[in-house]
Design a protein around this ligand. Structure first.
Ligand code: GDG
Length: 460
């Protein structure tokens, strides 16, 4: 039986769908936060059955939500793991809440587990969960996957509790990262901070523990996204854009992300402004649509970013707009994924410029949504985890370099169809070969193969 735990069971993104598929195959339990906040944390998970999957959902108490989720997870770990030490706050109360919630989750999960279950823990909100389960005597295989980057050791040790979280990670049978770079940085941390050893097959020996760590780049459900692009909603989305552009020859650049400082949205806007400055031939010939889904709106740093993005968008439009042309459309709202598929399909350039990103699924979704006979061009940051996978087809940029990113946009807007097709074919083959099904099968098979005697796993 496969047991998957995740941060928020209600989320409807591609990742949640892909993980559900793993459970539906064999049956199992999805355990995680319900997404609801109660006055105080409930003592039992709410159980709901759907087919052979049981959802065990737990509400967070108001204080838990603030300290654990908004605080330590999203204001300490998220900025730190994305190299923004300047934005990270390290509050002892938040950390205490983080540990307490993970302990509580383990306590609530434990009675639902059979001794030989496999548990797969997802993401930075739940790093301590595996060790807490071991403390309660769970002996089955326990794996962990980090969806965001693992930072350079020198950054990670800025965290006052790096040793506790390090030991939490050592308690798993398998720790998965998105890219070989993340893996190498974790290995450096193990070697330099703990004097651990890394064997050729990826086995790590540290602090009397032996476990595996590897790189498992996540993918999307390619067929599902291609099908989404054929839906009526997708066609309607494309049609809305066609009408909005007024002039049928006008080209479209699209950016889609959560409104997050890791996504390089300001850098992207600057690059678009630079394109209009450096290549006046695109005047009235191009429109940029930036869709930024609201995210973590209670957090000050996100409110600041929203303000900066709004100011910069207004500035760019103020300088470049004409009575019959608004170059930049900035939309701060969620869109159904099918509509996004239609938008991607209709855009000549997908512009994806994170400053740090675990993988970045939007880049892959843009590729999946293209028309093979007349595909668009992906302009992709070298700092996205997806960059090595898509490097043969995408125009790879350093988003800090505004001029070069603007030049890549120009190159994309003027690229001949034959080159676009060739580049797209190589990217499509790459995302097909590395889709979400192959990701989860590889991780789960390595977890089951690599399980190491649990008597060594208990750490106090
Ligand atoms: C984390 C890591 C890693 C976006 N706007 C809307 C919307 N989306 C969808 C996209 C895509 C998903 O959300 C975003 O996925 P990303 O991978 O781009 O980014 P994160 O949310 O930061 O995800 C990341 C990922 O985990 C998986 O491991 O790749 O690096 O940071 O599917 O299409 N969906 C809807 N409306 C929107 O407006 N419905």
């Amino acid at each position: 039986m496969t047991q998957i735990t995740a941060k928020k069971a209600a989320s409807a993104g591609g990742l949640a769908v892909g993980l559900h598929a793993a459970l539906k195959d064999k049956g199992g339990i999805w355990f995680g936060w319900s997404g609801d906040i109660a006055e105080s944390g409930a003592e039992k998970p709410r159980l709901q059955r759907s087919g052979n999957v049981t959802y065990a959902l737990v509400d967070l108490g108001r204080e838990e939500y603030e300290g654990y989720y908004e605080g330590f997870a999203n204001r300490s770990l998220w900025p730190l793991f994305h190299y923004r030490v300047d934005l990270a706050s390290f509050e002892h109360d938040w950390y205490d809440a983080y540990r307490a919630v993970n302990r509580r989750f383990a306590r609530l999960l434990m009675p639902l587990l059979k001794p030989d279950d496999t548990v797969w823990v997802h993401d930075y909100h739940l790093i301590p969960l595996g060790r807490e389960l071991r403390r309660l005597g769970f002996e089955g295989a326990v794996g962990f996957f980090l969806h965001i980057p693992f930072p350079a050791s020198e950054i990670f040790v800025s965290l006052p509790w790096d040793h506790e979280l390090g030991q939490d990670l050592f308690a798993y049978d398998l720790v998965g990262f998105q890219t070989p770079t993340d893996l190498r940085q974790f290995q450096d941390y193990v070697r330099h901070e703990w004097g651990g050893e890394i064997e050729d097959d990826g086995t790590i020996r540290v602090q009397g523990r032996r476990f595996k760590a590897g790189a498992y780049p996540i993918g999307i459900d390619v067929d599902d996204f291609v099908a989404m692009g054929r839906t009526l909603e997708a066609q309607r989305g494309a049609e809305r854009l066609r009408r909005a552009l007024l002039n049928g020859n006008r080209k479209l650049i699209i950016g889609v992300d959560r409104l997050d400082y890791s996504k390089g949205i300001l850098e992207r806007l600057r690059a678009f402004g630079q394109l209009l400055d450096d290549f006046p031939e695109h005047e009235k010939g191009v429109t940029f649509i930036q869709i930024s889904a609201p995210s973590r709106e209670n957090v000050q740093e996100y409110q600041d970013l929203r303000h900066q993005v709004e100011t910069l968008s207004g500035h760019i439009n103020g300088i470049h707009s004409e009575a019959d042309w608004v170059p930049l459309h900035y939309i701060n709202r969620n869109h159904p994924r099918r509509t996004l598929a239609g938008f991607f399909h209709f855009s000549q350039i997908g512009l994806v410029t994170p400053l740090r990103d675990g993988m970045n699924l939007v880049a892959e979704e843009y590729v999946a949504a293209q028309n093979p006979d007349d595909p668009g061009v992906l302009v992709l940051s070298r700092f996205a985890g997806a960059a090595p996978l898509l490097a043969d087809g995408a125009l790879i940029v350093n988003p800090h370099d505004t001029r070069s990113t603007a030049l890549a946009l120009h190159q994309g807007l003027t690229m001949p169809q034959a080159e676009r097709k060739e580049r797209w074919r190589s990217m499509f083959a790459a995302i097909k070969a590395n889709d979400i099904a192959s990701w989860r099968m590889k991780f789960l098979s390595d977890l089951q193969k690599g399980q190491i005697s649990t008597s060594e796993a208990v750490m106090t």
